[in-house]
Design a protein around this ligand. Structure first.
Ligand SMILES: [Zn+2]
Ligand SMILES: [Zn+2]
Length: 308
């Protein structure tokens, strides 16, 4: 049996949402992530019913798996101003409503920044904001709070921060996105089997492995515990091929979508890379397909058995 996570990545939806499906197919992806609005602006892009239908049809015909939407980057549910909070909540409601319309699995969100005050100082506001979002965007789409690298007091640097929010909101639609580069930079040693096992046991304690909804699969230009966010191509960073092999063999990740957000392999035309490309897709698939996972979602006993 081979490991069974799906390999995909972030693709552009320029020229119409359905174009993202074409790009994902060209790159041999099995799942994809998109923006449904320009990530650096508050103004929401309008999507007509015809656009949505075209996307749904292209997705159905493609055979691709889960679609994830990444929320715009400007949102900060822990902001100090009412105006910014309203805009932030509005942006997530918009993305969640579009997720529902296009049949996406859900929306990935950078929860915000407590600016060094600690999660307790902003917990009530963040919890209230998420409850409003889920109320105003009913349906099945999941809101996945992303793990962060720890720059600027980002909420989600530590698993217990996301666990505290999830424990207060108490909705089956609130889950998490684990970004491998962020979590590694935040000090979790997921690049070795032992470190990964420890990290995922901690994830299970604070959040629950069943609430891991999606993975951002990125290698890291930043060393362990460097608290900065710089993605690297699969195998070329501090997590390395061996790190992704450990994840492929780990039961915590079975069944999840792995979305690449890597810079891409440099070429003559694109010296800085072209984002998640076919080469990174193939690297991650090769790692997955050669791994023998320990099945199931409970960790320690099976890992020990596998090593014996
Ligand atoms: Zn993100
Ligand atoms: Zn990042």
């Amino acid at each position: 049996m081979t490991a069974n996570f799906q390999v995909g990545g972030h693709v552009s939806a320029a020229g119409g949402l359905y174009r993202a499906i074409e790009r994902a197919v060209e790159k041999e992806m099995e799942t994809l992530q998109i923006f449904v609005s320009a990530p650096q602006t508050w103004r929401a892009t309008k999507h007509t019913d015809a656009d949505i239908e075209k996307f749904r049809q292209a997705h159905a015909e493609s055979g691709l798996g889960e679609v994830w939407i990444h929320n715009i980057y400007l949102a900060n549910l822990a902001t100090e101003t009412d105006e910014q909070l309203e805009k932030s909540v509005g942006s997530v409601i918009n993305a969640m409503q579009i997720a529902e319309r296009i049949g996406a699995a859900g929306v990935v969100l950078h929860t915000g920044s407590h600016k060094g005050q600690g999660i307790e100082a902003v917990l009530e506001q963040v919890v209230g904001a998420i409850k409003r979002i889920l109320d105003e965007a009913p349906g099945e789409a999941v809101l996945a709070l992303e793990t962060m690298a720890g720059q600027g007091g980002a909420i989600g640097t530590y698993f217990e921060e996301l666990g505290a929010i999830i424990g207060e909101v108490k909705s089956p639609r609130l889950k998490t996105c684990l970004d491998t580069a962020h979590t590694f930079a935040a000090g979790y040693a997921i690049h070795t089997p032992e470190g990964l096992d420890e990290a995922m046991a901690e994830f299970d304690r604070h959040i629950g492995l069943d609430l891991l909804a999606v993975v951002h699969a990125n290698d890291s230009k930043i060393a362990l515990g460097g608290f900065r966010d710089r993605h690297e191509n699969i195998g070329d960073g501090h997590i390395g091929t061996a790190g992704f092999e450990a994840m492929a063999a780990h039961p915590a990740f079975q069944g999840n979508a792995f979305e690449l957000e890597v810079p891409g392999i440099p070429t003559e035309e694109k010296p800085k890379g072209d984002g998640p490309d076919i080469e990174n897709v193939r690297r991650l698939k090769a790692i997955r397909d050669s791994a023998t996972p320990a099945g199931g979602k409970s960790t320690k006993a099976k890992q020990a058995a596998a090593k014996a």
